[in-house]
Design a protein around this ligand. Sequence first.
Ligand code: PEP
Ligand code: MN
Length: 373
Amino acid sequence: MILILEPTASPESSEYKILTSQLDRLPSIRYRVHREVGAEVTLTEIYLIGNTGALAVEQMQVLPCVQKVVRVSEAYRVLGRHKEGDDRPSGFDYNGVRFGQDTLNVFAGLCAVDSPDSVDAMMKALKEHGQVCTRMGAYKPRTSPYAFQGFGGKCLPYVFELAGKHDIRVIAMEVTHESHVDEIRDALRSTGNPTGVMLQIGTRNTQNFELLKLVGRQQEFPVLIKRGFGITLDESLNAAEYLASEGNHKVVFGLRGMKTNMGDPHRNFVDFAHVPVVKRLTRMPVCIDPSHSVGARSSSPEGILDIFHVVAQGVIAGANLVLVDFHPDPAKALVDGPQALLMSELSHFLDDVAIAREAYERRVALATRHGVL
Ligand code: PEP
Ligand code: MN
């Protein structure tokens, strides 16, 4: 059960103290307080854990400071969309950018940072196209221990400085270890916080629970968690819930294809039909990654790349973020060159995304007119 408190509720007030003393007296119930201090309002949620079936919603509703009571009906307590009375908003703002289940942001960028020139060329092109988000891999988990593992902390200062130069607000960057979060935080500080970072948990780490707990305990950076490529959707959504249960509610869920030979000749079996499923089960914005699902630059007879096709499929189904690999010179890319789009394809790509987004918006309007919602 979740108690959503009045925005004015302050832990110092006598009403709040009465509330917590009442909660302390509930038999077999523990509780955890989550406070999110926003620019305009402070959101306080109290999660009751234990034998909450014995509590009546009406009984909790009259406690001091309580604005609303939500009975948790589904597995994903914090991030889930619960049936009874759950109109909590989806999404969050980060560094001036809104991420929600109703917005769309493109994160085009380098799979792996390889040189200041590539980063500069990428970000310059993004700025020219009005983009404020990108992807930049500094820590690369690779199948082979002999493959390039990313430049790590060494490249962060120039990546962040160039982001500042080109007005990039948010960089999606994978982390595989606690120390990476510290390195990112330190590099942002030492360069004067010119940009923001969305920490990425890759598909190989979806069930690295200790990493999830650590990343979940900090609230400075939002997190993009990718679906595990060999586990169920439920297991991956529970992994996202690990982040939220530790306190970080700014979580985006990423679909990136599943490992199965049924996907051949794509690198993975594209799972973007699950965009609306994740939006139905949870309040997380949903990201699609066409590059790591398709993994190649093959195209259809009408001359459209498979990567473009699957992006359109995800966006027309309501995806909220698109994470996609580009490179100024894919032949020289140190990671995933074969799936990278060319800088000269950026305009075409963004225009194609806009067509799919417009079609999605028209479909929502149509569904509303037909009273499906
Ligand atoms: C990536 O986005 O760079 C990446 C490695 O993705 P995934 O974890 O989905 O393989
Ligand atoms: Mn990659």
